[in-house]
Ligand binder design. Structure first.
Ligand SMILES: *Cc1c(COP(=O)(O)O)cnc(C)c1O
Length: 362
């Protein structure tokens, strides 16, 4: 018998997700500025809650996540019924693709968009459609022009990764209102906490039935290792996503840590202020070395070099000096390096080292 074991269509088109490097061969104290993690770590409130939950590990977790959803709802002024919790916002993205896109359907992402949109689209058997951006900013007209009767989902991150740029509320509304009747706009708000006074698009959802927002505990809340994210959207869509969600997708330590973290408003204020101050300093310092970047609204800077060779050379030089940043050639930005805003000493060190490299190489 000749076997013909084959995966579902599109699965083999998936290129594996590349995470930010975390180790440098032969160096123990590398400074990691490659994954947009919080340089101040995890709030003590969340670590304590996580540890306490260890005493109940023999119990199955609750399945409705009511307590965490209520806490998120209270903090953000949202209806807890319309919140869904997942294993990172990645899982919410997976649910959306699984529930709304299949073979023959199209899912739009943009030129420099987050790679999980494409991966989850292919995993669902659907066809990813890549739309150009305008100078590293999402182009609403280009997205609308790319929509067809097959478009089921449109993913944008606001602020975006790896560009750090944002589109305004009016543009986002125009996008939502211009989509074909069968399409959902997904607003990925992984970095929304870094923008003072920004609701991630929540208000838009109250007045529309085709917009969903995803959020994460991985960035500002310093819980990337614990894998917690959430989504907010119209009741009908959230109810649909809950049908594909595994009942025990979240463990109790995850739920407890997230609940403590979201209530820790002091942490959020402090991290937002520190990030804004250090980000401005870092952008300015790089500019003085002749390395421009777009105004970033997130916790990283996309540094633009003269060409790919210079970006790669600088990355190698940083590595040799114990500093890890992110190459973004895979995001169509080969002449750029994405640098997470670290603590003050990391920012100084990365700026100084880039300055040294350019002094020797320009
Ligand atoms: C980091 C990031 C996320 C977070 O993913 P999690 O699965 O919640 O860790 C989501 N979207 C974008 C654009 C990101 O950069």
């Amino acid at each position: 018998m000749t076997r013909v074991i084959e995966p579902q269509p599109k699965i083999l088109d998936i290129t594996l997700y590349q995470s930010g490097a975390s180790k440098i061969e032969g160096q123990d104290n590398a400074i990691k500025l490659s994954s947009n993690e919080n340089p101040f770590g995890t709030p003590d409130s969340a670590k304590t809650a996580f540890a306490k939950a260890a005493y109940q590990l023999h119990r199955y977790p609750n399945t409705d996540h009511a307590s965490l959803r209520q806490a998120i709802g209270d903090v953000h002024g949202l209806d807890a019924q319309k919140i869904i919790v997942g294993v990172g916002s990645d899982e919410i993205i997976t649910f959306l693709c699984q529930a709304y896109a299949g073979v023959g359907d199209e899912v739009i992402h943009t030129e420099h968009g987050f790679s999980m949109y494409r991966i989850s689209t292919l995993a669902a058997g659907a066809t990813p459609v890549c739309v150009p951006e305008r100078e590293r900013v999402i182009d609403v007209d280009a997205i609308l022009a790319a929509c067809t009767e097959k478009t089921k989902l449109v993913f944008i991150a606001n602020p975006a990764n790896p560009t750090g740029t944002m589109v305004g509320q009016r543009e986002v509304s125009r996008l939502a209102d211009g989509l074909p009747a069968q399409a959902i706009l997904v607003l990925d708000g992984a970095y929304a906490e870094y923008v003072e006074g920004f609701d991630g698009g929540a208000a838009l959802i109250e007045t529309r039935d085709n917009v969903v927002m995803t959020r994460t505990f991985s960035k500002m809340y310093g819980l990337g290792g614990a894998r917690i994210g959430w989504g907010y959207g119209p009741q009908e869509i959230i109810d649909t996503l809950n049908r594909v969600r595994g009942p025990f997708n979240m463990s109790e330590p995850q739920l407890a840590a997230a609940e403590a973290a979201v209530k820790d408003r002091e942490w959020v204020e402090k991290c937002r202020e520190d990030n804004a101050r250090l980000r401005a300093w870092l952008a300015e310092a790089l500019m003085e070395h002749g390395v421009p970047s777009d105004t970033s609204c997130a916790n990283f800077i996309l540094a633009r070099f003269i060409n790919e060779a210079e970006a790669e050379g600088c990355d190698d030089f940083l590595k040799a000096n114990g500093l890890l940043v992110r190459r973004v050639g895979g995001y169509g930005l080969p002449n750029c390096l994405r640098i997470t805003v670290g603590d003050e000493s990391s920012c100084r060190r990365v700026a100084h080292t880039i300055g040294q490299f350019l002094e020797q190489n320009r």
